[in-house]
Design a protein around this ligand. Sequence first.
Ligand code: PMP
Length: 472
Amino acid sequence: MIPPATPPPAVPLRNHDLAELRRLDVAHHLAPQQDWQALEDMGGSRIIVRGEGCNIIDGDGMRLLDGMAGLWCVNVGYGRSELAEAAYNQMLELPYYNSFFKTVAPPTVTLAAKLAGLLGGHFSHIFFNSSGSEAIDTLIRIVRHYWQVLGQPQRQVIISRTNGYHGSTIAGMSLGGMASMHTQGGPLLPGIVHVMQPYKFAEGFDESEDAFAARAAQAVEDAILAAGPENVAAFIGEPVQGAGGVIIPPAGYWPRVEAICRKYGILLCCDEVICGFGRLGQWFGHQHYGFTPDLVTMAKGLSSGYLPISAVGVADFIVAAIKSNPDDFVHGYTYSGHPTAAAVALKNLEIIEREDLIRRTREDTGPYLAQCLADLAGHRLVGEARSLGLIGAVEIVAEPGTNRRFGSREGGGGKAGIVLRDICIANGLMVRGVKDSIVMSPPLIISHAEIDRIVDTISAALDAAEPVLRDL
Ligand code: PMP
């Protein structure tokens, strides 16, 4: 049984002047990843004023079940007074100090040791940053420096996947494979090669799992050979691609990719920003798939989003090589190892352990979500409903048994997810639309009843959306 989430603090809702907040939002706030004109046309953003357990509450008092855990991050749910206390106590004692001056604060070191223990194997060391994007920049800096120290500075190529997401800084969006970001953000960081994603539903519909896994992995080897193995520094991938639409690779993909990286002596990098901290039912996604990366990025669930903090786990052989170089590693951020963020992260990990959220995700809530989605897969507009642990996606199709999309005959397609998302939100469920799918990643404290609500709301939304979808 799932224990109830920590009861919300008995703090009365503040009386916000919503109209004024929305006016200020339009007048002064530039929202991330948004169409600013569209936001202005709708009179400003929805004001979210509170979170409780798995729910968020807006300024009008509407309660939404947060099927996205914020942005894939609020793993322990909202309203955790322990996390507020951890921040409060650390702020009174030492809110901030840097780690540049041969100095460090206690929570920073303790968290590094904790993460090294959770990663296990050859990961004894951790580098801290504040966001997933910063972690990706750190990863690229370490990868490049490592090969320079080894006397192979020509190893500049990093292989990544189409539709992968690795952040929004210039390095992050270049490394990621989001075409829309590349179009706006260029010129891109040179030396990055994108290969096909392991998205079987869209790109291998008629193939067997194994044939598709082999073909997608072969694309990595082909890219290595095309660049010349001696020029390739690393491969990077998310265990499950999150922002790209919860792309769950077929079994056989990751072991093959790992073997290919080993064959050519290329660093294997794993972006665990979404998959880490229990999302797939293990501490880390690579542990689910059974491969051993050389560098691991983490963020989001590390602090359940209560404060910004991210980390990079670096394999011992890389650390040893960099230590053998007499120079400083000239990279780091003001907030690397931020003491208050680290204290909150430590308390968050303690909650995840104490409430056994990872085993529950693996053995109870994850399988329950999969079972509910399997029922939903019978809906005539659902092409596939997949999940792993507590991350999932529903593919919307125009014809049962196919992967044909609404509106695609007219060269369109890609809009069904947004239609569905808006209906779900209007009915009290926060989910995200990604092209022709909707994706979910609820807090790990979610109950069976709340999972039922997610799936029932999506099912009803599909019925309601059908006339609109047939018009696309
Ligand atoms: N990597 C992955 C896999 C992500 O999902 C994200 C964010 N969604 C990032 C990196 C970037 O993290 P941030 O937004 O904290 O910079």
